[in-house]
Design a protein around this ligand. Structure first.
Ligand SMILES: *C1O[C@H](CO)[C@@H](O)[C@H](O)[C@H]1NC(C)=O
Ligand SMILES: *[C@@H]1O[C@H](CO)[C@@H](O)[C@H](O)[C@H]1NC(C)=O
Ligand SMILES: *[C@@H]1O[C@H](CO)[C@@H](O)[C@H](O)[C@H]1NC(C)=O
Ligand SMILES: *[C@@H]1O[C@H](CO)[C@@H](O)[C@H](O)[C@H]1NC(C)=O
Ligand SMILES: *[C@@H]1O[C@H](CO)[C@@H](O)[C@H](O)[C@H]1NC(C)=O
Ligand SMILES: *[C@@H]1O[C@H](CO)[C@@H](O)[C@H](O)[C@H]1NC(C)=O
Ligand SMILES: *[C@@H]1O[C@H](CO)[C@@H](O)[C@H](O)[C@H]1NC(C)=O
Ligand SMILES: *[C@@H]1O[C@H](CO)[C@@H](O)[C@H](O)[C@H]1NC(C)=O
Length: 912
C-alpha cells in the first residue's frame, strides 16, 4: 500500500515524463564520465569532452571522424585557457555498450566527459500584461525600485551610472532597436558586443536542433513563437535609458550572447561557449540567465562558470524561483565561492488596469486582464495563447485609455440559469457571478455573442476575483463581491452602468521590500548559505522587445540578478581601479550593508538569511561606507560536530575617522524545513517558521577602531534547544550597531545553522524505492515478491522507482547474487550530486529502467585499460538476484558502508 503522495494513479503520468528522457543508454559507464547531471535533462548520445590542452582538440576531432565516420556530428570546439574540448553527438547505433566509445574516452588526452544537458529558458515567477508602447514619467517614477536600494542616490549624489563598465548578458538575445536600449548594435551603441550563437529556429525539443549563428544577438521573435523577451527585459533592468526610464547602470556598455532560439531550451555546450566568449571580450560582470534546480553544482557549464569567477570576473546568478517548494531549492550553478547567488525582493508597486463604474457608490475597482493573475510558475508554453489573446482582441479595450459605454446583464452565468447568453450583450460587457459553468465557457459564450468582455465577481470573496483563464479572447475583469453586487443592484433597477477605463494605475504591494514568495530557499546541501543577497525581482518594470509591446512587468529571481549585476557596475564605477577588488570582497561589502527585511511589513520578526541572504542591497552605503567585515556570512553547520561552532570576523576601518560599534545578535525566525505531521521527512512546502533562536557568545561586545585598523571578534553559537529530529534551521544577523549613525552605518553578518545531524536525515521517501513493471506502470513489486525478468523480452523490463528526500553525493545500484549475498556488479551507472525531489506527485520521482545488463566492479576494468574487455555492460547471467540501492547520507563518507542508506529489492529471477 503506497502512501497518498505516491498513489498509484499518477504513475502513468510521471512515466510519460521521465521514462523517455531518463534512459540509462544516455550515459556511458566510464570512469571519466561526470555522472552528476545524469537526470531528466541529459541529451541522448551527446557529450562534451574536456581535453588536456589546446593542441589536442584537432587531433581528437580527427580521431572522432576516423572512428565514427558519418555517425558522428562534431559540435562546438573549445580552445581557451579555461576550457579545451569538443562537443559531439552520435547517432543511435552507439550506446554505452560500445567498446569503441569506451576506448575513445580512454584516450590519454581526455580529462573528463560530461553528458550534454539541456537547460531550460529561464522561468519567470510571473509576467503581467505588457503595458503601453511608450512609458510616461509618472508611471516610471512610481514603478522604479531604485528608492528601495539607494540606486536613486547613487545616480543623483554620486553620479555613478556604470560608465566604462562592460556587462555580459547570456540570455535570449535583445531587441537593441528598442529606443531605451540604444537603437542599434556595435560601435557607438549601448549593445556593443556579442552575437547570436543559435538562431531563431534553435529548439532543443527536437532531437537534432538547427544551429544557425547570426552576427548580432537580436531578439526578433514575435508573440506567435511563445518567446517572452526575457533578455530584453534583463538588458533594460541593467542599462535601459530613455526620457522616462532609468535602469540600474544606464551608462554601462552591454555585450549580449544569445543562447536561446525563439522556442527556448539550450544545450550546455552553447552556454560554455558564451561564457568563454564573455570572458574573452573582457566583461567585468557576467549575467547568465539559465539554471535548473541544484543544491549541488556540477554541470559542465557550472564548472566553467566557477573557473571564470575565480579569475575575478563577477558572475551573478539567480537563486531560483522554487521558494514555494520549501528549503534546499537553490538553483544551480549557485555554489562556488565567487558566484553571487541573488534572492528576489518585491517592488513597492505593480501596475494594473483600473476602471470606474458610474452610478455606484465608491465605484473604482481594479481589474485584471484575462491572463496570468496568479503568481504560479509560468512555463513558456503558456505564452503564445496569452499574447494572441492580447493582440487579437479589440485594441481599444486593451489600451485601457478610452471611455466606453458598457451595459451588462446580470443573468449571465448565474447559478441555476445555465450559461445562457442574452443577445443584448452584443457590443457590451457582461456582468457575471462565478459558478454554474466554467469561466472558460462563459468567456467563450460571451465572445461568441459579440460581447466586448466580462466583469466577474465571486459570491463569497471580498478580494477582487482573479480570473485564471489564460487564453480567453475577450478581457475578463475581476472585481470584489462588493463591487459586483453593487453593479448588479444597479442593473436590477434598470439603471445604466457606464464603465470608464482609466488605464494602468499603480497598486501598492503589501509585500513591498520583503522577500518574494517565489524566491528559492537555502541552504546548499553542504549547509553553505545561499542565497547570498537580495535585489528587486518581484514586479519589475522594464523593456520588452517592440514586437511584444515594448514595456512590461516581469517577476523572478532572474530579474533580481541583473539588478545586482547593474549594482556591481555602479560599485566598480566608484573605484579608481576596478581590478583592485576581487569578487568575494565586493560580495562581502554588499552583504555588510544590506537591509534586513522582516517576514511581513508591520512586524518585527526578521526573515531568515535562508530566504534573504544578507538582505536587500543598499548600493549607496555599499559604495560610501569605509568599514568592511569579512567573511560576509557564517554557517555554524549542524550540531554533529564542534568544528563549525566558532568563527572569527575581521572588521577593518578603511576610512579616516574613528568608528565604534556595539555588537549584538539579531536573531531571525527559524525555518522549519520538514512537516513531521506527515509520515516520513516530507518537506514543508512552503517552509514553516518558528521563533526559536540561537544565542551567540561574542568575544567582544564593543569595538572601537582607528583609521586603517582591523579588529577581530570571535563568535560562538549556542544553538536553540529544540528536538534535533526536526532539523530546525536557525539564523540571524550579527549586527555592528554604530555609535554614530551619521558618520558610519550599521553593518551586519548573516548566520545560519541546523539543530540536529544532517547525516541522520532519511534519503528515500517512505515506501520507496520499489520495482515496477515497465510496461504496466500500476504493477509494483514488494520486497516479498519475486519478479521474473525475461532478458529477451522487452515487455518485461522493470523500472526502479524512488523519491529522494535529501540530495545525495552518491547513489549506487548493486546487483547481489541471492545465495552467496555477493555483489557482482552495478545495474546502473552510479550517480553523483543528485538534487532532492519535491513532493509533486506528477513528476518528482526518479524512475530508472533496468535492461537486464550489469557492469562488473570497476577494479577489473581499471586493471586493463583500453583492452577488449573494457565493455562493462553485459547481460546478467541466469539466476536469482536482488538489487541493492545505496544512497550516501549527507556529510557521509563514501568509504564507510554505514554512511549509506540501503534498500534491497525482492528477488529478481533472470531467465531468457
Ligand atoms: C543574469 O540574469 C538572469 C536572468 O536573465 C539570471 O537568471 C541569471 O542568474 C543572471 N546571471 C548572471 C551571471 O548574472
Ligand atoms: C515621457 O513622459 C512624458 C510625460 O509623461 C510624455 O509626454 C512623453 O511622451 C514620454 N516620453 C517617452 C519617450 O515615452
Ligand atoms: C520545437 O520543436 C518541436 C519538435 O520538433 C515542435 O513541436 C515545437 O513546436 C518547436 N517549438 C518552437 C517554438 O519552434
Ligand atoms: C484555451 O485553452 C484550452 C485548454 O488548454 C483549450 O481547450 C481551448 O480550446 C483554448 N481556447 C482558445 C480560444 O484558444
Ligand atoms: C558542514 O559540515 C560538513 C561535515 O563536516 C562538511 O562537509 C561541510 O562542508 C560543512 N559545511 C560548511 C558550509 O562548512
Ligand atoms: C506548519 O506547521 C503547522 C503547525 O505545526 C502545521 O499544522 C502545518 O501543517 C505546517 N505547514 C506545512 C506546510 O508544513
Ligand atoms: C509486465 O507486464 C506485462 C504486460 O501486462 C506482462 O506481459 C509481463 O509478464 C509483466 N512482467 C512481469 C515480470 O510481471
Ligand atoms: C512546487 O510547488 C508548486 C506549488 O505548490 C507546485 O505546483 C509545483 O509542482 C512544485 N514544483 C515541483 C518541481 O515539485
Amino acid at each position: 500500500m503506497k502512501p497518498d503522495r505516491l498513489s498509484v494513479s499518477f504513475f502513468s503520468a510521471f512515466f510519460l515524463v521521465l521514462l523517455s528522457s531518463c534512459h540509462s543508454d544516455g550515459l556511458p559507464d566510464h570512469h571519466k564520465v561526470e555522472t552528476s547531471s545524469y537526470r531528466t535533462n541529459v541529451i541522448q548520445g551527446r557529450y562534451i569532452v574536456e581535453l588536456t590542452h589546446q593542441d589536442s582538440v584537432s587531433p581528437f576531432v580527427d580521431l572522432l571522424t576516423a572512428t565514427f565516420a558519418d555517425n558522428v556530428k562534431v559540435g562546438q570546439r573549445f580552445t581557451h585557457s579555461d576550457f579545451n574540448g569538443v562537443s559531439f553527438s552520435l547517432s543511435s547505433p552507439y550506446s554505452h555498450h560500445d567498446n569503441v566509445l569506451h576506448s575513445i574516452f580512454d584516450h590519454a588526452n581526455v580529462v573528463s566527459v560530461y553528458p550534454s544537458t539541456r537547460m531550460n529558458a529561464p522561468t519567470l515567477a510571473s509576467m503581467e500584461t505588457p503595458t503601453e508602447s511608450s512609458i510616461s514619467k509618472a508611471i516610471s517614477d512610481v514603478m522604479s525600485p531604485h528608492h528601495l536600494t539607494q540606486v536613486d542616490r547613487v545616480h543623483q549624489e554620486l553620479k555613478h551610472t556604470g560608465k566604462g563598465i562592460l556587462i555580459g548578458i547570456i540570455d535570449s538575445g535583445v531587441d537593441y532597436y528598442h529606443p531605451a536600449l540604444g537603437g542599434g548594435f556595435g560601435k557607438g551603441f549601448k549593445v556593443r558586443y556579442g552575437y547570436d550563437l543559435v538562431g531563431d529556429a534553435y529548439n532543443l525539443t527536437s532531437d537534432d536542433p538547427v544551429i544557425k549563428p547570426g552576427p548580432t544577438p537580436l531578439d526578433n521573435c514575435g508573440p506567435e513563437t511563445g518567446s517572452v523577451g526575457h533578455g530584453t527585459h534583463v538588458a533594460g533592468i541593467i542599462a535601459g535609458k530613455s526620457d522616462n526610464f532609468t535602469g540600474v547602470a544606464p551608462d554601462a556598455t552591454l555585450a549580449v550572447w544569445r543562447i536561446f532560439g525563439c522556442g527556448g531550451g539550450v544545450a550546455d555546450e552553447i552556454i560554455i561557449e558564451a561564457l568563454l566568449k564573455a570572458e574573452e571580450t573582457g566583461c567585468d560582470i557576467i549575467n547568465l540567465s539559465v539554471g535548473g534546480p541544484g543544491g549541488w553544482s556540477e554541470s559542465a557549464a557550472a564548472v566553467v562558470a566557477s573557473r571564470i569567477a575565480r579569475k575575478g570576473i563577477h558572475v551573478i546568478v539567480a537563486a531560483g524561483n522554487e521558494g514555494e517548494n520549501g528549503s534546499f531549492t537553490i538553483g544551480s550553478p549557485a555554489t562556488g565561492e565567487d558566484v553571487v547567488s541573488v534572492a528576489s525582493f518585491d517592488n513597492t508597486n505593480t501596475l494594473a488596469p483600473h476602471f470606474k463604474a458610474s452610478g455606484t457608490k465608491d465605484p473604482i475597482g481594479k481589474y485584471r486582464h484575462t491572463e496570468r493573475s496568479n503568481m504560479g510558475m509560468v512555463d513558456s508554453k503558456a505564452f503564445p495563447s496569452y499574447h494572441l489573446a492580447f493582440l487579437s482582441s479589440s485594441k481599444k479595450a486593451h489600451t485601457y485609455t478610452s471611455s466606453e459605454l458598457i451595459i451588462g446583464d446580470y443573468n449571465i452565468g448565474i447559478l441555476g440559469s445555465g450559461c445562457a447568453v442574452p443577445a443584448s450583450v452584443k457590443g457590451k460587457y457582461g456582468l457575471v457571478q462565478e459558478g454554474s459553468c466554467s469561466l472558460r465557457t462563459k468567456a467563450a459564450n460571451l465572445a461568441e455573442a459579440g460581447a466586448l468582455g466580462l466583469v466577474i465577481y465571486n459570491e463569497d470573496n471580498e478580494d477582487p476575483y482573479t480570473p485564471s483563464v489564460s487564453n480567453a479572447s475577450i478581457p475578463i475583469l475581476g472585481v470584489s463581491r462588493k463591487v459586483g453586487q453593487a453593479l448588479k443592484a444597479r442593473l436590477d433597477d434598470d439603471k445604466p452602468v457606464v464603465l470608464t477605463f482609466l488605464g494602468q494605475l499603480p497598486i501598492p504591494l503589501t509585500t513591498a521590500k520583503k522577500v518574494s514568495s517565489f524566491s528559492s530557499v537555502g541552504a546548499t546541501f553542504d549547509l553553505d548559505l545561499r542565497p547570498h543577497i537580495g535585489a528587486i525581482g518581484g514586479r519589475v518594470y522594464s523593456t520588452l522587445p517592440r514586437k511584444l509591446g515594448s514595456w512590461g512587468i516581469m517577476s523572478g529571481t532572474s530579474m533580481a540578478s541583473p539588478y545586482m549585476a547593474g549594482s556591481v557596475a555602479l560599485y566598480l564605477n566608484s573605484l579608481e581601479n576596478k581590478k583592485q577588488v576581487n569578487a568575494k570582497m565586493v560580495r562581502e561589502q554588499f552583504q555588510n550593508y544590506a537591509y534586513r527585511a522582516p517576514i511581513e511589513n508591520g512586524v518585527k520578526d526578521l526573515d531568515s538569511p535562508l530566504r534573504q541572504g544578507a538582505g536587500l542591497i543598499q548600493v549607496y552605503d555599499t559604495i560610501f561606507q569605509a568599514v568592511h567585515i569579512s567573511p560576509g556570512y557564517i554557517s555554524f553547520n549542524d550540531t554533529s560536530s564542534n568544528n563549525y561552532k566558532t568563527h572569527t570576523l575581521s572588521i577593518t576601518n578603511h576610512g579616516d575617522d574613528f568608528v565604534s560599534y556595539q555588537v549584538v545578535n539579531d536573531a531571525s525566525l527559524s525555518v522549519v524545513p520538514y512537516n513531521l505531521q506527515i509520515e516520513g521527512y516530507a518537506y514543508a512546502e512552503p517552509i514553516n517558521y518558528t521563533t526559536t533562536a540561537a544565542k551567540l557568545r561574542l568575544s567582544r561586545k564593543i569595538i572601537r577602531l582607528g583609521p586603517k585598523k582591523t579588529a577581530q571578534v570571535t563568535v560562538t553559537v549556542i544553538p536553540p534547544k529544540v528536538d534535533p529530529k526536526q532539523h530546525i534551521m536557525y539564523g540571524g544577523f550579527i549586527r555592528f550597531k554604530s555609535s554614530n549613525a551619521k558618520a558610519s552605518q550599521d553593518l551586519s553578518v548573516p548566520y545560519i545553522g541546523v539543530v540536529g545531524r544532517q547525516k541522520d536525515l532519511p534519503m528515500f521517501d517512505i515506501d520507496t524505492p520499489f520495482i515496477m513493471n515497465a510496461s504496466h506502470a500500476s504493477i509494483a513489486y514488494d520486497q516479498d515478491d519475486t519478479f521474473v525478468l525475461h532478458r529477451n523480452d522487452n515487455a518485461s523490463t522493470i523500472n526502479l522507482v524512488f523519491r529522494l528526500l535529501t540530495g545525495t553525493r552518491l547513489l549506487r545500484y548493486e546487483l547481489v547474487e541471492v545465495t552467496t549475498d555477493e555483489v557482482i556488479g552495478q545495474v546502473l551507472p552510479e550517480m553523483t550530486y543528485q538534487y532532492r525531489n519535491t513532493l509533486d506527485s506528477t513528476v518528482q520521482l526518479y524512475s530508472l529502467p533496468l535492461d537486464g545488463t550489469y557492469a562488473p566492479p570497476m577494479e577489473q576494468e581499471a586493471s586493463s585499460p583500453g583492452s577488449e574487455n573494457s565493455d562493462p555492460s553485459i547481460p546478467i547471467p541466469h539466476g536469482r538476484y536482488k538489487i541493492r540501492v545505496k544512497a550516501l547520507h549527507l556529510f557521509g563518507d563514501p568509504n564507510k558502508q554505514g554512511d549509506f542508506e540501503i534498500w534491497e529489492s525482492g528477488i529478481i529471477k533472470v531467465v531468457d
